[in-house]
Write a protein that binds this ligand. Structure first.
Ligand code: PMT
Length: 338
């Protein structure tokens, strides 16, 4: 119970919540308590209730580290299935030199990543995803936009992240929560989205462009709200936005793989094939506007895959499920593309 607020604090909540637990530096005292199942502080309560992998990284003076009791405790914890990280050698706080230093944070991080992502097919790959609509400002309170909800792009970001990828999601305005483990870059306009996609794509492995980018924006946007009393007619001059998919398609390296989406209302397949060619993409995901419930904002989607070599349909399904199917298809095409 919290003395100040009177609220109940669940002492095992952190242990149940975590995906992985790292105890570093792990002192001789904590090591002994962990090995003997003691729980007299929050760290130990968290350790004992953790359902996730636990890594412990002992750090202490060299003679303490060599002590039989410490070595026994390390073995006990390893036998319990926890991962032991050996201390590094070097200068110690005592002034002595030897084994007992905590490894560098970068090394600890690498170990965490290896355990978290081992066996996951997209581990170690960087994926850039665009999602949602863009808003092209007319004045401070009005914009040109579209009905994209971002659901398709966010589902794909979730699927890639769950398969171990480092996901960078460049998102237009949506009402969705950021998927777990995904780096998000909120943007409004196509020009902003263009800049960020280009910057993130430079060292990426795959790009998946699901955003419904406005093809045009007002040539100028007013600093003040446009007043209707001033005129009965308002003419907006529109200029073309940069084509993001086209930019990365034509600048991609041989190793990089670029996926575009296409939303067509007529000559769907021919137009999708044209986009694949013109924008130099490796693959186009063609939405069927005839899918029951529509495409924009719906929880479901029905798509066809278009590459230079083949065209095939995927049955209508939930976007959350389709995202994993696309993730697998992209993996197969990416692996064999160069
Ligand atoms: O967000 P949801 O509600 O879940 O809906 C999902 C979706 C329908 C938005 C999505 O599945 C989709 O089809 N996205 C692309 C829609 C679209 O704008 O298609 P397009 O045919 O106009 O563009 C073709 C491709 O070029 C797309 O990958 C698009 O991101 C890209 N593009 C287009 C214009 C532009 N200026 N820059 C681009 O990068």
């Amino acid at each position: 119970m919290n003395d100040e607020t009177g609220e109940w604090n669940n002492h095992v909540e952190l242990g149940l919540w975590a995906d992985i637990m790292l105890i570093a530096p792990c002192t001789a005292n904590t090591l002994a308590k962990m090995a003997s199942g003691m729980s007299d502080n929050l760290l130990l309560a968290t350790f004992m209730s953790a359902r996730c992998p636990v890594i412990f990284s002992p750090a202490m003076d060299l003679d303490m580290f060599e002590h039989l009791g410490v070595q026994e405790n390390i073995k006990t914890l390893e036998n319990q299935g926890h991962t032991y990280l050996e201390p590094a050698s070097g200068s110690l706080a005592s002034g002595l030199v030897g084994k007992g230093r905590m490894p560098e944070p970068e090394e600890l991080f690498e170990n965490i990543s290896e355990i978290l992502y081992s066996g996951k097919k997209w581990a170690g790959k960087k994926i850039v995803i665009s999602a949602g609509p863009t808003h092209e400002a007319i004045d401070p309170v009005r914009f040109i936009g579209n009905y994209s909800s971002g659901k398709m792009g966010y589902s794909i970001a979730t699927a890639f992240a769950e398969q171990g990828a480092q996901v960078h999601l460049i998102s237009g305005p949506t009402a969705l929560d950021t998927p777990k483990g995904v780096h998000i870059y909120p943007v409004k306009s196509a020009e902003e989205m263009h800049r960020l996609v280009i910057a993130q794509f430079a060292d990426a492995d795959v790009a998946v462009m699901t955003a419904a980018v406005a093809d045009y924006r007002p040539k100028t946007s007013s600093n003040q709200k446009i007043k209707k009393e001033k005129t009965d007619r308002l003419h907006l001059e529109l200029v073309k936005n940069p084509d993001i998919l086209n930019s990365i398609g034509h600048s991609k390296k041989e190793t990089q793989f670029v996926v575009g989406f296409a939303l067509e209302t007529e000559n769907e397949l021919d137009n999708a094939k044209g986009k694949l060619e013109r924008k130099n993409a490796n693959m186009i995901v063609l939405n069927s506007v005839h899918a029951a419930n529509g495409v924009f904002g719906s929880d479901e989607n029905k798509v066809s895959i278009v590459t230079k070599k083949e065209v095939f349909d995927i049955p209508q399904m939930k976007k959350s499920k389709l995202a994993f199917t696309l993730c697998d298809i992209i993996f197969e095409k990416y692996e064999n593309h160069s």
